[in-house]
Write a new protein. Structure first.
Length: 435
């Protein structure tokens, strides 16, 4: 383990230095267990602060699906301090007055909130984030209109055939694991949310010892840690929050199927394939395989399905989740095709992928993925956003192994992964039919 920088060791005994990997340092606030990741980017005059809570869709009880996402919305409502100072949400006031970039998002394993701003505003950003951790007011006055907004959001998404199919694919692919529902949850559960349910969820999970705060940008370490201790140091931890249950999904023993029939004109076949969690080598093998099949005009399914007029589009979805999840290929049919024909044709195409094809195309795919990966690490906001997924997966230092894993991809690994993805015990096939 690296030794802590001398200045921090001397001046900030309230922090425990955990490790330094490359140019990122990790600390723990001794008083409550808050983790801190610090990366210095000088001469930009910009800082991004990003707080990631280890709570997401996987942590929701049956009948409360989507409650993590609902709570995310509520953290943009006024806190006790905001009401005391007689103004609305401190986060929204910050945006209006400074032009700060801010947002949040909820996923299967985590929920994340971020601000990106001029470095002179560090203190204000951290103060707001600390207040939101423990002071959000979950009253019916603020909650009920926001629940209506989330229901409208669900209805908007659910009108999309691909989203509707995704919901049913998840529920069919998983029998036990909570990845079996989309992050927004089921509509009936959203309608049944109450402030009491939200309060219980908030009080348990929104604690310093369940969070990692990132400070990335043009601020000196000493200043960043001093401000963090000032605002977060007094907050109380929750002893039981670190006990996250391990859920083992029962083995799948054959192809699973789901069908949606609605009025309309869109017809879709979807192949949902179980694959290893992020950021394992298997996850990157899956990523490369999907790109070989669908990314760009020269990809295999584009040339075989779209260029021949059998499909109007081929798209994919893959999530960076900690546990085994599904990656999905969506094929939107033309009038020349049927669901049965496209299913049979796609599986035939996959079975005939040759080593020569992979030898020819895999190097280009790897180069493209690595270039995209390096380009996405250009700004403090981009760096924090990507680090979030590694934090949620369990070890942020894997962030520095990504290029190594991508370069290590071989034809043999890719061919094996392709076979694993399309074997019967990995597949859930969905049909969206319009009548």
């Amino acid at each position: 383990m690296s030794k802590p920088p001398k200045t921090v060791s001397t001046l900030f005994k309230k922090f425990k230095h955990l490790k330094t990997v490359a140019d990122i340092e990790e600390y723990e606030l001794v008083s409550n267990g808050l983790r801190v990741l610090y990366k210095y980017i000088p001469d930009t005059k910009v800082v991004t602060t990003n707080i990631t809570y280890l709570v997401g869709a996987r942590d929701e009880a049956p009948g409360e699906t989507g409650i993590a996402h609902m709570l995310e919305h509520m953290l943009f409502k006024p806190t006790k301090t905001d009401l005391k100072n007689k103004h609305d949400s401190g986060a929204m006031k910050f945006e209006r007055e400074v032009g700060v970039v801010l947002n949040a998002n909820t996923w299967k394993d985590r929920t994340t909130y971020y601000f990106s701003y001029g470095s002179e505003h560090l203190s204000r950003a951290l103060k707001i984030e600390a207040e939101r951790m423990r002071e959000v007011i979950l009253s019916d006055k603020e909650f009920l209109p926001e629940r209506t907004n989330v229901l409208s959001e669900f209805d908007m998404y659910n009108g999309d055939p691909h989203f509707a199919l995704s919901v049913d694919l998840c529920a069919t692919a998983f029998h036990s694991h909570p990845y079996g529902h989309e992050t927004i949850g089921f509509r009936n559960d959203i309608s049944a949310y109450t402030t009491e349910k939200l309060e219980r969820f908030y009080n348990h999970f929104y604690r310093p010892n369940n969070a990692t705060l990132m400070v990335v940008g043009d601020v000196k370490r000493e200043e960043a840690l001093l401000q963090i201790e000032t605002f977060f140091g007094p907050l109380q931890p929750e002893p039981g929050v670190n006990i996250r249950p391990v859920i083992v999904e029962p083995a799948q023993e054959g192809i699973r199927r789901v069908e949606i029939v609605r009025p309309g004109t869109v017809n879709v076949v979807a192949f949902a394939m179980k694959h290893p969690g992020f950021p394992s080598q298997g996850w990157y093998e899956t990523m490369a395989t999907l790109k070989l099949l669908t990314d760009g005009p020269d990809s295999l399914l584009q040339t075989k399905l779209v260029d021949t007029g059998l499909a109007s589009a081929v798209t994919t979805s893959q999530e960076p989740t900690k546990d085994t999840n599904i990656a999905t290929i969506f094929v939107t049919l033309t009038t020349k095709s049927t669901h049965a024909n496209i299913e049979a044709l796609v599986r035939k195409i996959i079975s005939e992928v040759s080593d020569d094809y992979l030898k020819k195309h895999l190097p280009t795919i790897k180069t493209r993925i690595i270039s995209d990966e390096l380009f996405s690490r250009d700004s403090s906001l981009d760096i924090a956003a990507e680090l979030t997924e590694y934090v949620a997966a369990g070890d942020w230092s894997d962030y520095f192994k990504t290029e190594e894993k991508l370069k290590a991809l071989t034809v043999k690994q890719t061919k094996s992964r392709l076979g694993e993805l399309f074997k019967d015990s990995s597949l859930t096939i969905g049909n969206y039919k319009s009548v």
